[in-house]
Write a protein that binds this ligand. Structure first.
Ligand code: AMP
Ligand code: MG
Length: 357
């Protein structure tokens, strides 16, 4: 299949520029488009045949449900059987924006879209192109991240082209996304809202609106544990992984720098290509290897924004071993660390001030 690539300026476009994309979606085809989190791979979420195509294009396991994107809060009436008070409060506070909520699904939503579950994930994106595409197509767009399953999520059109060219009808190039990490997922079907995936909207932001929130056990786990079944099925798969072997070093900043330098030296001496994920603050402390700064610790938004891109850059460079610092803050650090842990297959080395062991 030939993939048509069109460029749209998110700050200055006319509705007609989205007509062809909207028509493809109406007819059950696939269109990749930018959102404020990452690029999405969209199809008509109420059409099971269209949803099926998303799974095929991504190579996504069929039990990993999709998020439905809406442009109007009234859609909740059609897509859910009940919308609890806390769901409405969170929608009012954070929609349109990077928050996905899990509701009990109505009959209108096919099991193909929910991976067989009785619940449905719904989000109202704020990105002008995503928002207008939903409105203009008149369909609820089911859209996971527009990458091949398991690879880092795409934060620019080039990443989508890399993974999806030839597999889908259209890619809308709207430039670099704003946030760079997927949405926060909150389950509002129980008594207490529960975070299934951390994201830009942090626990404390949610708590300011609805009081206490819980975390699904798997979100805070630092080890892969076969006994913990995540409530978001997608969280059980290896995800976001670069082709090289990624290891996270954790400990005091000085010990981490020393540990990364030791690991890098060891692999370099054996002739491997080694990458290091540093920050602006530590960049100059790594004398060897391919060193890239992910952003500044003074502004975690920059780190979130740089994460998936840096992992893909190391792929392009053919890096075989990658070492990264860890990010521990209670704010965005939680979401960043969650993605890094999955990308690294939970491979962490704890370093002490006395050296690696
Ligand atoms: P992606 O769109 O690729 O970021 O993946 C969507 C995420 O939403 C996956 O981790 C899914 O498991 C999760 N998700 C979607 N629908 C549901 C649902 N009904 N219940 C729990 N998690 C869900
Ligand atoms: Mg994804």
């Amino acid at each position: 299949m030939e993939t048509k690539i069109i460029k749209i300026d998110k700050n200055n476009f006319k509705e007609e520029e989205l007509k062809e994309a909207a028509d493809i979606l109406k007819k059950g085809g696939l269109v990749a488009f930018p959102t404020e989190t990452v690029y999405g791979l969209g199809a008509d979420g109420l059409n099971p045949e269209a949803s099926k195509k998303i799974y095929e294009a991504k190579g996504r396991p069929s039990d990993n449900p999709l998020i439905l994107h809406i442009a109007n809060i009234a859609a909740l009436e059609e897509l859910t059987v009940e919308c609890p008070e806390m769901g409405l409060k969170l929608a009012e506070a954070f929609w349109p924006g990077p928050l996905t909520m899990i509701f009990k699904k109505s009959k209108a939503v096919p099991y193909k879209t929910t991976g067989g579950l009785e619940t449905v994930a719904i989000r109202m994106p704020s990105h002008p192109i995503a928002y207008e595409l939903i409105r203009k197509s008149g369909v609820y767009i089911a859209a996971p991240s527009a990458n091949i399953s398991g690879r880092p999520s795409p934060t620019m059109a080039e990443h989508v082209i890399e993974d999806m060219n030839g597999r889908i009808e259209m890619i809308i190039d709207g430039g670099m996304v704003d946030i760079g990490l997927e949405s926060t997922i909150v389950d509002v079907t129980g008594d207490v809202p529960t975070i299934l995936r951390p994201g830009y909207i942090t626990a404390s932001m949610l708590e300011a609106v609805v009081g206490t929130v819980n975390f699904d056990k798997v979100v805070l786990a630092k080890k892969a544990d076969a006994n913990i079944v995540p409530k978001a099925p997608g969280m059980k798969y290896k995800h976001y992984a670069p082709k090289g072997d990624l290891t996270i070093l954790e400990g005091s900043m000085e010990a981490v720098i020393q540990g990364i330098n030791e690991c890098a030296a060891e692999k370099l001496s054996k002739g491997f290509k080694v990458g290091i994920i540093a920050t602006d603050e530590t960049f100059s402390r790594y004398p060897q290897g391919l060193v890239k700064s992910i952003g500044t610790r003074k502004d975690e938004d920059t780190i979130a924004h740089g994460l998936f891109q840096i992992l893909r850059e190391f792929d392009t460079e053919g890096t075989e071993y990658i070492y990264t610092e860890s990010f521990e803050s209670k704010q965005l650090g939680q979401a960043i660390m969650n993605r890094l842990l999955k990308a690294a297959g939970y491979h962490i080395i704890k370093v002490h001030d006395t050296g690696l062991l």
